[in-house]
Design a protein around this ligand. Structure first.
Ligand SMILES: C[S@@+](CC[C@H](N)C(=O)[O-])C[C@H]1O[C@@H](n2cnc3c(N)ncnc32)[C@H](O)[C@@H]1O
Ligand SMILES: [Zn+2]
Length: 380
């Protein structure tokens, strides 16, 4: 028996979590489940219908029913019959009223094509979400939220660029210090693009990276003009691996050489160049968090993002990239760096910071403060 949030579940827990488990349960993914509950908890309206098409043990479905007051019904599905039986047992264990669940056991791609009018759909597969994306855009109602988890983060982040190009039709960029953020932006682009084909406008409101997964949340609107508007946020990233210059640009504005140091530029994309978080919605998520039982890691991630989202930048800098690029012998401690660049900590990596000062100003402060204080002769 395992307790997670307000749910109790009975599952076998082997030493190694893998897709070979008879019924899948990964305790590390508690952060993923916590955040999905928090997002739905902050949605307007009551009698919300949540769809969990790859439900496994049903821990997420149960927690929605037990912890989020606005949720009236969960649609649970898993192709694995053993998982369905396990979910039914877990329903009994938690004494949840059967009338609050609809249970299916079929290929999620087919079910998602048939379902309509869901307030929230959670795509949480093994590995890449690609096989499910083209059907997942349909069951979400206007104003509803689609959430997509990807565990193929090394593909999205550039370790296997050819796989990323084939799967997501975008070029990643492992050479930059914010390669995970590039990956999340490629994932968002893919969801936006899937929707736009059908005149749906999906707009991201929350995204995060944690251990080996990315998760993105997008609100759905309907209409060709609205879809045209969101698609305008798809563009490219240009990056200099010598002086760390970066800029998000449209196709027409891709440059080939760095305006600061003349180095040839690297290009990633197409990817989402709009915002990763809706600040107002995030404040609400934070304010209402008391309803949901959260793990300590979830609170940590959320607290960092609450600050990070106030800076609207594509990409961030890291201490080690700065030190290496500008040959800074002694970097001051992190809190001084944050102050120097008027920056906020990013949740992507402990050594990363997001700043809204432009690259020219960053270079000036590197030279006038960091290099000078390290005793480097900056006049040469
Ligand atoms: C990563 S697990 C889901 C974990 C679950 N959402 C949670 O939070 O504990 C993926 C699940 O998807 C199921 N699955 C795999 N392919 C599927 C398909 N085509 N249709 C429906 N379910 C599928 C697997 O049986 C497995 O239980
Ligand atoms: Zn440069």
């Amino acid at each position: 028996m395992i307790r997670e949030g307000k749910a109790i579940i009975s599952v076998e827990t082997p030493e190694v979590v893998s897709s070979d488990m008879p019924v899948f349960y990964n305790p590390v993914m508690v952060v993923n489940r916590d955040i999905s509950l928090l997002i739905v908890n902050a949605m307007e309206g009551k009698d919300l219908v949540v769809c969990d098409p790859m439900g496994a043990s049903g821990v997420r479905a149960l927690r929605f029913l037990l912890e989020v007051p606005g949720v009236s019904k969960v649609i649970y599905n898993d192709i694995n019959q053993k998982a369905v039986e396990n979910f039914k047992e877990n329903l009994r264990l938690n004494q949840v009223d059967q009338s609050r669940v609809e249970i299916y056991s079929e290929d999620a791609t087919l079910l998602l094509r048939r379902l309509r009018n869901c307030d929230y759909v959670d795509i949480d597969p093994y590995g890449s979400p690609i096989p499910f994306l083209d059907s997942a855009i349909f069951p979400v109602k206007r104003g509803g939220i689609l959430s997509v988890t990807a565990t193929d983060t090394s593909v999205l982040s550039g370790t296997y660029p050819n796989t990323c190009i084939r799967r997501y039709a975008s070029k990643p960029l492992l050479e930059c210090e914010f390669y995970h953020e590039v990956g999340i932006r490629i994932l968002i682009k893919k969801v936006v693009e899937e929707g736009a084909k059908h005149d749906y406008a999906f707009r991201p409101i929350f995204s995060y990276s944690y251990k080996h997964h990315f998760k993105v949340f997008l609100v759905k609107d309907i209409g060709a003009k609205r879809a045209d508007q969101v698609v305008k946020n798809i563009g490219y990233l240009i990056y200099c691996d010598r002086c760390l210059y970066r800029e998000s640009v449209s196709l027409d504005d891709i440059k080939s050489s760095c305006p600061f140091c003349g180095n040839r530029l690297l290009v990633a994309g197409p990817l989402w160049i709009g915002e990763l978080w809706d600040e107002e919605f995030l404040q609400k998520v934070w304010f209402l968090r008391g309803n949901v039982e959260l793990s300590q890691d979830t609170v940590k991630v959320l607290r960092t993002i609450k600050e990070e989202c106030q800076i609207k930048s594509v990409g961030f800098y890291t201490l080690s990239a700065l030190a290496k690029a500008f040959k800074i012998p002694n970097l001051p401690p992190k809190h001084k760096i944050l102050r120097l660049f008027e920056a906020r900590q990013t949740h992507f990596t402990p050594e990363g910071f997001r700043t809204s000062i432009n690259h020219q100003e960053l270079l000036r402060r590197v030279k006038d403060v960091l290099l000078r204080n390290s005793g480097v002769n900056t006049q040469a």
